[in-house]
Design a protein around this ligand. Structure first.
Ligand code: AMP
Ligand code: GLY
Length: 420
């Protein structure tokens, strides 16, 4: 099978790494990829949000199967273009990708499916949004409706903060994403992520994870794309998984099919769990980054079979071979991230690190300059280890981190603390 993976982050490096473990993978191209991915696969420059260009590239390269990593090409309909051209693709249609691309769409689906989530209001003008805030009080959560690169959610501690967030959104601070606003009840509890595959009908759970969104130790400071993650998430007991499946995920997937927009691909279910009861925080229509890195390390070669079976509508006949293992990933980021940071510093010491089914450095924002790996992004590396216990996975990941020589980078030293 000739495979094309779209994307350039640590997520896509781990997807490529898992696909290559599987003997069914004959040739792998990642577009656009990064310097770490280029060590294991061919990389091609391609505008991955241009459906026509992706179809032409796939046809020219005799691609049998396309795996779409990030949300932007999904929301812009790249999977629809591939399907129309008869090319097998893993990833939802643009219509189904609304589950991530529009918060109001998701809330309406939850209403129709009876899925537990935060109480909310949906507004298209500032005056009624402000009135709702005044009536509800604080804390309260203000969300830009559309895709805002993870920055469109404001947790307001006071009514004043909430009102100014409303004004910012309606005055264009988040561009088109903020033209509509969802205002939600602030939920308390412990957050965890649950990943399932859905082929339009059958739902197959493939793992749980928790990430660390804040930049600082002890989960403090500004939000980031994620500074580390581990799988499984201890808070996701079998009882919580069963409730999440029966009350949230399956009713949502059934509702999507009933509306004529069946969901095919991975669904990232963000949950808030309080006293054993999960409520939906958000859906994403893709793997998380860095959650994908820990899931891929745990699933290994079978990840490709599962994604391929999902795309072919064969999930009913598939099962996951679970191991009693734990994986943990530590993100190394450029100093200054998530604010301004410099590019171009040299990263060394990685050659001596183990690379096997339990140890991998997945690259996110890296490039190659004069034979050296260099930092070319905010989040740069995801140092990932798998072991029989979370404590051991954490120790092994930090041992690897400590061998990497990159003075211009930093990481959190406490990834996994909540579970340990
Ligand atoms: P989202 O983009 O919807 O995932 O929101 C980003 C983060 O904001 C979530 O991962 C939560 O930590 C937090 N969050 C979002 N909605 C709520 C809510 N209704 N109550 C509490 N925290 C929330
Ligand atoms: N790590 C969170 C995300 O990928 O959205």
């Amino acid at each position: 099978m000739n495979i094309l993976i779209l994307g350039s982050g640590g997520r896509e490096h781990s997807l490529a790494w898992a696909a290559l473990q599987n003997p069914k993978c004959d040739r792998l191209i990642v577009a656009p990829g990064n310097a770490g991915i280029a060590e294991i696969a061919d990389c091609a420059s391609l505008n991955i949000e241009d459906g026509g260009a992706v179809v032409t590239f796939a046809e020219e390269n005799a691609i049998d199967f396309v795996i779409i990593g990030p949300e932007a090409p999904l929301a812009s309909g790249v999977s629809d273009r591939l399907r129309a051209a008869g090319i097998l693709v893993f990833g939802p249609s643009a219509a189904a990708a609304q589950l991530e691309a529009s918060k109001a769409f998701t809330k309406q689906i939850c209403d129709a499916a009876g899925a537990p989530t935060a109480a909310y209001g949906h507004f298209t003008d500032a005056a009624s949004a402000r009135a709702y805030v005044q009536q509800q009080g604080a804390p309260i959560v203000i969300k830009a409706d559309g895709l805002a690169a993870g920055k469109g959610v404001i947790i307001a501690e006071t009514v004043e903060q909430a009102l100014s967030a409303v004004d910012d959104m309606f005055s264009g601070a988040f561009g088109a994403a903020g033209a509509e606003v969802v205002i939600e009840e602030f939920m308390t509890g412990e957050e965890a992520s649950f990943f399932v595959l859905c082929d339009g009908e059958t739902v197959l759970p493939i793992g749980t994870a928790q990430d660390h969104k804040r930049v600082g130790e002890g989960d403090t400071g500004p939000n980031t794309g994620g500074m580390g993650a581990y799988s499984p998430a201890p808070v996701m007991t079998q009882a919580v998984i069963d409730v999440a499946l029966d009350r949230i995920v399956k009713p949502t997937m059934a509702q999507m099919a009933q509306q004529g927009t069946p969901y095919q691909g991975v669904l990232f279910v963000g949950l808030m769990i309080e006293e054993g009861a999960p409520r939906l925080v958000e859906y994403n229509v893709r793997f998380g980054d860095p959650e994908c890195q820990v899931l891929m390390m745990r699933l290994g070669a079978q990840a490709l079979d599962l994604m391929h079976g999902c795309a072919e509508g064969r999930l009913r006949e598939m099962k996951v071979n679970w191991a009693a293992d734990h994986a943990l990933t530590v993100v190394l980021a450029a100093q200054g991230y998530p604010g301004a940071y410099e590019k171009g510093s040299v990263i060394s010491g990685m050659d001596a690190l183990p690379e096997d089914s339990s140890h991998m450095v997945f690259h996110a924002g890296t490039g190659r300059t004069a034979g050296n790996f260099t930092a070319q992004g905010g989040r740069v590396l995801a140092v990932t280890a798998r072991a029989g216990s979370l404590t051991e996975a954490q120790r092994n990941a930090y041992q690897m981190v400590d061998q990497i020589d990159w003075p211009e980078g930093f990481c959190r030293r406490d990834i996994g603390w909540r579970a340990l």
